[in-house]
Design a protein around this ligand. Structure first.
Ligand code: PMP
Ligand code: GLN
Length: 385
């Protein structure tokens, strides 16, 4: 199997969540909510099951969901996407991403520029496609990309610039300057843009700006999102990809042989979610802001230097004050569930092996949990500081 740098090793999320369960730790590792999403969405799935929406849905996804995705993009971003030809429903954002990379990459001569640290499935999917990953670092403590390093990474062999905004694991929301530069570089080198915007409604201090809304971007951009984060339904795995019809057709060509179709009764339920009133989406971001601030204060009390993320579920902390001599963040996170009763993910899990030393003291904590849960994690960390 193609996995030169161990991209297909067991995912860090399985390892850390198993340790959290074993030691009854507060799980601020894996990014999944500990509360249910909106009752309208849950009830719609139950009703769909009872109404017999239980067989294979249409290959591109159920029309009701594709129309809801199209309406949502128009309502929030003023983007017009044709639900017939420019949207494909996938088994979560994960499948959209893997299918897109498998569809668009042509082997070892193709390069994919990715901001590092990156969500772990990115490196796995690039490896499965047999292409080369070219990382652009987000350096501590700003966790912003350096535009010169971005320029140096993109060249004619770049087939895809893979973006994740808001960004996992750092919580970074890209600046307009960086977004513009991504589009200009893609144009100059005739690259495609694949942008993973699953945290589009978890931007705390501003409005989300989809990359596809920038001048010149739409015709070369595939935008990926998912219902998991927005509606607290990460186990449903309903995602979608939108963009130019020929690119979406290419993703469908792969998707049909990965899963064929997915999630019949959950598709109309996510459609209901996408049509919820503005107050739902505003509350989601406001709740996340509160949780981010609570977690940030708790991590500071434990003696860590802490980032203030503008988006996503995640906060990064430099835990060097709590490391034993010779210990790095990976060893620290493996021991943390038993030692302190808290689980978290080392940033080294999101970097290529040769860059792991850049992230050696950095840990990602997830703030998508109830406030009492975050407060308990903070209490445990402060007690052992
Ligand atoms: N991309 C990013 C950046 C994520 O954080 C996640 C969630 N873990 C995914 C993709 C996967 O989304 P889904 O569960 O919809 O496949
Ligand atoms: N996206 C979530 C995270 O980053 C869950 C990932 C997973 O379990 N694969 O924590």
């Amino acid at each position: 199997l193609l996995s030169p740098a161990g991209e297909l090793a067991p995912t860090i999320f399985a390892e850390i969540t198993a340790a959290a369960v074993r030691h009854d730790a507060v799980n601020l590792g894996q990014g999944f909510p500990d509360e249910d999403g909106p009752p309208e969405v849950l009830d719609a799935a139950i009703a769909a099951i009872r109404d017999g929406v239980n067989q294979y849905p249409a290959g591109r996804g159920m029309p009701v969901l594709r129309e809801a995705v199209s309406d949502h993009q128009h309502r929030f971003y003023g983007i017009d996407v044709d639900p017939e030809r420019e949207i494909l429903v996938t088994a979560g954002a994960t499948e959209a991403l893997t299918a897109a990379l498998l569809a668009l990459l042509d082997g070892p001569d193709d390069e994919v520029v990715v901001f590092e640290p990156y969500y772990d499935s990115y490196a796995a999917a690039v490896a499965l496609a047999g292409a080369r990953l070219v990382p652009v670092p987000l350096r501590w403590p700003s966790l912003e990309p350096d535009v010169d390093e971005l320029r140096a990474a993109v060249r004619d062999r770049t087939r895809i610039i893979l973006v994740n905004d808001p960004h996992n694991p750092t919580g970074t929301v890209f600046s307009n300057e960086v977004r513009d530069e991504i589009v200009r570089l893609a144009e100059r080198h005739d690259a495609l843009i694949v942008t993973d915007e699953v945290y589009e409604h978890l931007v705390m201090d501003a409005d989300h700006v989809p990359l596809a809304t920038l001048p010149g971007a739409a015709e070369r951009t595939l935008t990926i999102s998912s219902g998991g984060k927005t509606f607290r339904t990460t186990g449903w795995k309903v995602g979608w990809v939108s963009g130019p019809a020929d690119l979406v057709d290419a993703v469908l060509a792969v998707k049909q042989y990965l899963t064929y179709v997915n999630g019949a009764p959950f598709q109309p339920a996510i459609a209901v979610g996408l049509g919820l009133p503005d107050t739902f989406f505003d509350d989601l971001a406001a709740t996340q802001r509160e949780r981010r601030d609570l977690l940030g204060a708790g991590l500071r009390d434990a003696g860590f230097e802490v980032s203030t993320p503008a988006g996503s579920y995640f906060t990064v902390a430099d835990v060097r004050s709590m490391l034993a001599p010779g210990e790095d963040a990976a060893a620290f996170c493996r021991a943390l569930p038993e030692r302190v009763g808290v689980a978290a993910i080392p940033l080294t899990a999101f970097a290529t092996p040769e860059h792991r030393d850049r992230y050696e003291t950095l840990v990602r904590f997830a703030a998508c949990k109830r406030t009492d849960v975050i407060a308990e994690a903070a209490r445990r960390l402060a007690a052992s500081a």
